[in-house]
Design a protein around this ligand. Sequence first.
Ligand code: FMN
Length: 215
Amino acid sequence: MTRRILVVCVVLLLASALTAAGQDLSTIKLPPPQTDGGKPLMQALKLRQSAREFGVEKLAPQVLSNLLWAAWGINRPDGHRTAPSASNRQEIDVYVTLPEGAYVYDAKVHALTPAAPGDLRGLTGTQPFPAAAALNLVYIADTTKLARPATDPQQALNVGADVGLIAANAYLYCASEGLATVVRASIDKPALAKALKLKDTQLIVLAQSVGYPKK
Ligand SMILES: Cc1cc2nc3c(=O)[nH]c(=O)nc-3n(C[C@H](O)[C@H](O)[C@H](O)COP(=O)(O)O)c2cc1C
């Protein structure tokens, strides 16, 4: 009997430790991006392609830092970014799903801010491979930053174009760095929005899996 109580206590303790670990995400300060080096642009363009098979390795913090800066970092003192955006509204947030949780990229401080605990990689797509990628970027429009409602057809086109430009930057960085990547529209958006605790004013546009190529 005493042994059974002991086992129950250990299980409860482990469960609460795991829950606490999941909920205790803290801000990840990224190392400053390396803004020189990499392959020449024309070589990166030659190598750009989609890949849907990923190795198990995580991205090193420096590689993650470089990827996010290349995709949607601040590249000028006035706060403008590596990708253009319609009227410089900068309405796109890049969420990053890692095995330990989901984060939002804060370009101003070049850090990842916790969004939701737990491994949401698989939820970022309806295909099987996003769960196996080192991370998935999720491009989410904050429609409160738009000049007109997102239902306006031109606004919707602008949002799509803005995301496409960020995703293209990520593709080119991946091509330069020898990473595997694919941008994706196949997403169960209601399920992902719930898991990421999004507001009604936040629109999931596309996701992009990134990782090392499968050997
Ligand atoms: C807007 C958009 C949505 C896409 N959605 C998916 C997707 O849901 N799943 C997927 O596996 N690939 C997706 N792709 C990747 C395309 O299938 C891929 O770019 C295309 O086959 C051309 O291959 P390449 O990128 O290697 O040139 C998408 C690409 C774009 C631009």
